[in-house]
Design a protein around this ligand. Structure first.
Ligand code: FES
Length: 112
Protein backbone atom coordinates (compact mmCIF):
# COMPACT_ATOMS: atom_id res chain seq x y z
CA UNK A 1 0.00 0.00 0.00
CA UNK A 2 1.03 3.59 -0.54
CA UNK A 3 2.92 5.21 2.38
CA UNK A 4 3.94 8.85 2.66
CA UNK A 5 7.66 9.60 3.02
CA UNK A 6 6.74 12.39 5.42
CA UNK A 7 4.00 11.01 7.70
CA UNK A 8 4.87 13.53 10.46
CA UNK A 9 5.09 16.62 8.28
CA UNK A 10 5.02 19.81 10.38
CA UNK A 11 2.30 21.45 8.31
CA UNK A 12 -0.84 19.58 7.49
CA UNK A 13 -4.01 20.64 5.75
CA UNK A 14 -7.49 19.20 5.98
CA UNK A 15 -9.60 18.69 2.90
CA UNK A 16 -12.75 16.75 2.10
CA UNK A 17 -13.24 13.78 -0.21
CA UNK A 18 -16.77 12.52 -0.69
CA UNK A 19 -17.77 14.11 2.61
CA UNK A 20 -14.89 12.65 4.64
CA UNK A 21 -12.22 14.87 6.22
CA UNK A 22 -8.67 13.90 5.26
CA UNK A 23 -5.41 15.30 6.67
CA UNK A 24 -2.38 15.53 4.42
CA UNK A 25 1.01 17.24 4.39
CA UNK A 26 0.93 20.69 2.81
CA UNK A 27 2.29 20.42 -0.72
CA UNK A 28 1.15 16.84 -1.29
CA UNK A 29 -0.92 16.14 -4.36
CA UNK A 30 -4.57 15.23 -3.92
CA UNK A 31 -3.78 11.82 -5.46
CA UNK A 32 -0.93 11.12 -3.02
CA UNK A 33 -3.07 12.21 -0.07
CA UNK A 34 -5.96 9.98 -1.13
CA UNK A 35 -3.68 6.99 -1.73
CA UNK A 36 -2.03 7.50 1.66
CA UNK A 37 -5.48 7.59 3.26
CA UNK A 38 -6.25 4.15 1.82
CA UNK A 39 -8.31 5.14 -1.22
CA UNK A 40 -6.80 3.43 -4.28
CA UNK A 41 -9.89 3.99 -6.45
CA UNK A 42 -11.09 7.54 -7.07
CA UNK A 43 -13.70 7.02 -9.76
CA UNK A 44 -15.47 4.51 -12.00
CA UNK A 45 -15.26 4.56 -15.77
CA UNK A 46 -18.39 5.97 -17.45
CA UNK A 47 -18.80 2.99 -19.77
CA UNK A 48 -18.06 -0.16 -17.76
CA UNK A 49 -17.97 1.16 -14.21
CA UNK A 50 -14.50 -0.31 -13.70
CA UNK A 51 -12.60 1.29 -10.81
CA UNK A 52 -9.82 3.74 -11.64
CA UNK A 53 -7.20 5.33 -9.44
CA UNK A 54 -3.88 7.14 -9.67
CA UNK A 55 -1.38 5.23 -11.79
CA UNK A 56 1.37 7.36 -13.34
CA UNK A 57 1.36 10.20 -10.75
CA UNK A 58 2.71 12.56 -13.41
CA UNK A 59 -0.28 13.72 -15.42
CA UNK A 60 -0.09 11.22 -18.25
CA UNK A 61 -2.74 8.53 -17.67
CA UNK A 62 -5.80 10.56 -16.54
CA UNK A 63 -6.86 7.69 -14.26
CA UNK A 64 -6.90 10.01 -11.24
CA UNK A 65 -9.66 12.37 -12.40
CA UNK A 66 -11.67 14.02 -9.61
CA UNK A 67 -13.89 17.08 -9.38
CA UNK A 68 -12.93 20.15 -7.39
CA UNK A 69 -15.49 22.97 -7.35
CA UNK A 70 -17.29 21.27 -10.21
CA UNK A 71 -14.21 21.21 -12.42
CA UNK A 72 -12.67 17.90 -13.49
CA UNK A 73 -8.93 17.86 -12.74
CA UNK A 74 -6.10 15.37 -12.42
CA UNK A 75 -5.65 14.63 -8.71
CA UNK A 76 -1.93 13.95 -9.20
CA UNK A 77 -1.40 17.44 -10.62
CA UNK A 78 -3.38 19.29 -7.94
CA UNK A 79 -2.02 20.18 -4.51
CA UNK A 80 -4.08 19.74 -1.37
CA UNK A 81 -5.27 22.87 0.43
CA UNK A 82 -7.26 23.58 3.57
CA UNK A 83 -10.98 23.35 2.91
CA UNK A 84 -10.66 21.85 -0.56
CA UNK A 85 -13.81 19.90 -1.45
CA UNK A 86 -12.99 16.95 -3.70
CA UNK A 87 -15.59 14.66 -5.22
CA UNK A 88 -15.61 11.69 -7.52
CA UNK A 89 -16.29 12.41 -11.17
CA UNK A 90 -19.92 11.43 -11.83
CA UNK A 91 -20.04 8.14 -13.70
CA UNK A 92 -22.26 9.63 -16.38
CA UNK A 93 -20.75 12.93 -17.43
CA UNK A 94 -22.86 15.22 -19.54
CA UNK A 95 -21.97 15.48 -23.21
CA UNK A 96 -20.72 19.01 -22.58
CA UNK A 97 -18.23 17.81 -19.95
CA UNK A 98 -17.10 14.93 -22.14
CA UNK A 99 -16.57 17.24 -25.13
CA UNK A 100 -14.66 19.70 -22.92
CA UNK A 101 -12.31 16.98 -21.75
CA UNK A 102 -11.71 15.75 -25.30
CA UNK A 103 -10.92 19.27 -26.46
CA UNK A 104 -8.68 19.85 -23.48
CA UNK A 105 -6.36 17.07 -24.51
CA UNK A 106 -6.12 13.46 -23.59
CA UNK A 107 -9.36 12.16 -22.10
CA UNK A 108 -10.86 9.99 -24.82
CA UNK A 109 -13.55 7.95 -23.09
CA UNK A 110 -16.86 8.88 -24.77
CA UNK A 111 -20.31 8.79 -23.21
CA UNK A 112 -23.07 8.72 -25.81
S1 FES B 1 -2.15 9.45 -11.94
FE1 FES B 1 -1.88 9.51 -14.10
S2 FES B 1 -2.67 11.45 -14.66
FE2 FES B 1 -2.81 11.40 -12.51
Amino acid sequence: MFVSFEPDAAETVVFEFEGQKISAPRGASVAAALLASGRPSLRATPVSGAPRGPFCMMGACFDCLVQIDGVTVQACMTSVADGLVVQQVPRTMSETQSDHMNGDGGFVEHVK
